[in-house]
Every structure is written in C-alpha cells, then in structure tokens.
Ligand binder design. Structure first.
Ligand SMILES: C=CC1=C(C)c2cc3[nH]c(cc4nc(cc5[nH]c(cc1n2)c(C)c5CCC(=O)O)C(CCC(=O)O)=C4C)c(C)c3C=C
Ligand SMILES: [Fe+2]
Ligand SMILES: [Fe+2]
Length: 350
C-alpha cells in the first residue's frame, strides 16, 4: 500500500526478566536518563551508579519476581495487547508497532524496522496521558534522536498529552463504574509522583505554586503535570458524581530526598484508615497499563498500610490495559493526525 502510515506506541519499559542482573541494567538505563534524574552529569553518575542502583536493584528484583506472571511483565504484556488490538481497529492503511523507552523492545530497534518500511507518515503515541518531561518528554526526545540520523525524514506527528480527550475520560469512567463509589467510604486518585523541581521547570516565569494548579488548567500551566493530574481526577469525579469532599488526589512512588509532589499517597492511605475509613477505592489514572506501581505498590503495599491502621479493604481500579474504549481512544488520537491520501482511505475508517 503506497500511503500506509506507521504508528508507534511508546511505553516506559520494564526489565527483561526479574533477575537482579536485569533489574540492575533496567534501573541503570532508566535513572541515568537526564530527564529522570535531572542533576549535573557527574552527580547523577555517582548518585545513580554508586548509590541508588546497587542498593535498589536487589530489593526491586524481589518485587519484580512477585509481579512477574507466565506472560512476563504486565506492563509489556498489556502494551503488546493494546498494540495488537489497535492494529485490528485501524486496519490495513496503518501499521502499528510498540516500543519501550527503557530496555526492550527498544525505540531504536523498532524505529529501524519501521524505517525500512518507508512510511510517508509516522505517528508517535506515548502511552502517558499527562505530560511529564521524565516520561513523554524522554520518549519523544529518544524518537527524535533516532530519526534525526535518517537520510529520509518522513512526515511525523507527536502526541504529547491527552488527559482531557473525551474518549479517554469515558474509558476511565467505564472502568470506574465497575466499583460504584457509594460502596466505598473514600476515593483516592493516585498519580505517579515527580520531584517538585521538575514540575517547576515547565514555567518560564515563576513556580508551580504561583499558578493555582490544584484548581484549574490554563494556557500557562497546561504542561504542568500537577495541574493536569488534578484535572484528570476532577473529570473522573464529575463523571461518576463523586463529591469533592469524598476524594483526595495523591502522588505515589517517590525516590530520594528532594521534595516531591504532595500529598504522598501512602500517607493519605494511612490517614484515611486512622480517620475510620473502612473501604477505600483507588484510581491510578497516570498508568494506562497495570504494572509494578499499581499491582504491587497500590494493590499490595497500600492495602497492607490501610489494614495496619484500621482499614478493611482497599480496592484498586484496574488500569485501562486493553479496554475497548482505551483502544478507541488510541484510534482517535491516530485518526486525528492521519492524512488520508484518497477518499477510499478516509472511507475505510468510517
Ligand atoms: C506514569 C508516569 C510515570 C512517571 C511520571 C514516572 C516518573 C518517575 N519514575 C521514577 C522512578 C521509578 N519508576 C519506576 C517504575 C515505573 N514508573 C512508571 C511510570 C512513571 N514514572 C511505571 C509505569 C513504572 C513501572 C514499570 C514496570 O516495570 O512495571 C521504577 C522502578 C521500580 C522501582 O524500583 O521502584 C523507578 C525507580 C522517577 C525517578 C521518576 C521521575 C523523576
Ligand atoms: Fe516511575
Ligand atoms: Fe503547576
């Protein structure tokens, strides 16, 4: 087909296996990324390679061993599944591939395969609904680094965020409806955390704290991770009619001693249990595929904290994984950017 479009889904990445060796190699690639640990080169090398990775790898490997299934890492499994379903939905005018920012399949190897297919147009879709420099920014930078070396540079479209895409919100609402909030005492929206310093860097003038990011998204803060996380939570709460006083937005998985976005999810879980909350419902809308951070951190570690402090049951809402409305969201993100060279191609998508 002359005008076939290439679509590349990019997720964060996961170790090749849960062995200490492979987890060490994954953490080393991940944490040596200057968009993830954004400190001067020498400090990052010393901190990551001599302190964080050697201490963290054996502990993380144990957790990955618990997470691993017969299908391997859930993050990789669900990313593959989403890509296969999207291919079915988009049909023959598109060729869908997936890649991981860290480890395999690497962005470089998948793009090399796509280069050989000679697409006139490439559409790159990071699987992160809310923009962060450490996820979307890093994935898109890596794609650009690879493609800049090509002799032929095709037309390229980058998706940078879609937390407010109506179909994405609808997909989250459908997931949430499985667990009517009236059956729970409280709801927590738990987003992956970020160092405050990284959030501040999206502003040319001032800091995040000057922009009322908990309350609204404006033209000034539209790439502020904190602002768009709060907006994601508001959209879900509105759609499911969860009153403001019944939910809390929180940030999980902090690393190191720098200030990270607050409130911390583990503290919210503890406080809710201590206040008498018996049933807690937890959404994790920054993760489009279930992974270590949802299955283990929320589903097991937070469950334990909750019960230790008097709670009874913490219910994790599954990530979108291969939910049909999530696949429809991806399809729309692609079609909104696709160029139809013939009326027949446009007709195929109706
Ligand atoms: C959803 C968006 C994510 C953001 C933003 C993010 C930022 C970020 N993460 C770390 C450190 C770690 N993250 C780890 C795992 C992990 N992180 C995300 C997503 C985001 N991270 C996912 C989907 C996963 C799970 C991968 C899997 O294999 O299942 C880990 C590894 C696990 C561990 O050892 O705890 C680390 C480390 C930083 C420092 C950061 C922002 C600066
Ligand atoms: Fe992370
Ligand atoms: Fe902000």
């Amino acid at each position: 087909m002359k005008h076939k479009t290439g679509v590349l889904l990019v997720n964060l990445g996961t170790p090749d296996s849960p062995s200490v060796k492979n987890v060490r190699s994954y953490l080393s690639q991940f944490l040596n990324d200057p968009r993830v640990i954004d400190i001067p080169w020498l400090m990052r090398k010393l901190l990551v390679n001599l302190i964080i990775v050697p201490f963290r790898a054996p502990k993380s490997a144990k957790i990955y061993q618990e997470l691993w299934t017969d299908k391997g890492s859930p993050l990789l499994h669900y990313t593959r599944l989403a890509s296969e379903h999207l291919q079915q939905e988009l049909g023959d005018d598109f060729h869908v591939e997936y890649a991981m920012r860290y480890k395999n399949p690497s962005i470089e190897s998948v793009l090399e395969r796509m280069r050989k297919m000679n697409f006139a147009h490439l559409i790159i879709v990071p699987l992160f609904p809310q923009y962060a420099s450490s996820t979307t920014g890093s994935a898109l930078q890596n794609v650009m680094e690879v493609i800049r070396k090509w002799w032929v540079i095709p037309e390229i479209s980058f998706v940078s965020q879609y937390y407010d895409h109506p179909q994405f919100v609808q997909a989250l609402l459908e997931r949430g409806k499985q667990y009517p909030h009236k059956e729970y005492d409280h709801v927590m929206f738990s987003f992956h955390g970020l160092p405050v310093r990284q959030v501040d860097k999206v502003y040319d003038d001032g800091l995040c704290e000057d922009h009322n990011c908990e309350a609204e998204v404006t033209d000034d803060n539209k790439f502020c991770y904190k602002a768009v996380c709060y907006e994601t939570a508001r959209q879900i709460a509105r759609g499911l009619e969860i009153p403001e006083e019944k939910y809390t937005v929180a940030f999980q998985s902090r690393l190191g001693n720098d200030p990270w976005l607050e409130p911390f999810a583990d503290k919210v879980v503890k406080e809710q249990a201590e206040k008498g909350c018996k049933k807690l419902l937890v959404f994790s809308p920054a993760f489009t595929a279930d992974c270590l951070e949802t299955i283990i951190e929320i589903g097991e570690e937070y469950q334990e904290i909750f019960q230790e402090h008097g709670g009874e049951h913490l219910q994790l809402v599954e990530s979108l994984n291969d939910h049909p409305l999530w696949i429809q969201t991806l399809k729309e993100l692609v079609l909104q950017r696709a160029v139809f060279h013939t009326p027949a191609m446009a007709e195929n998508q109706n």
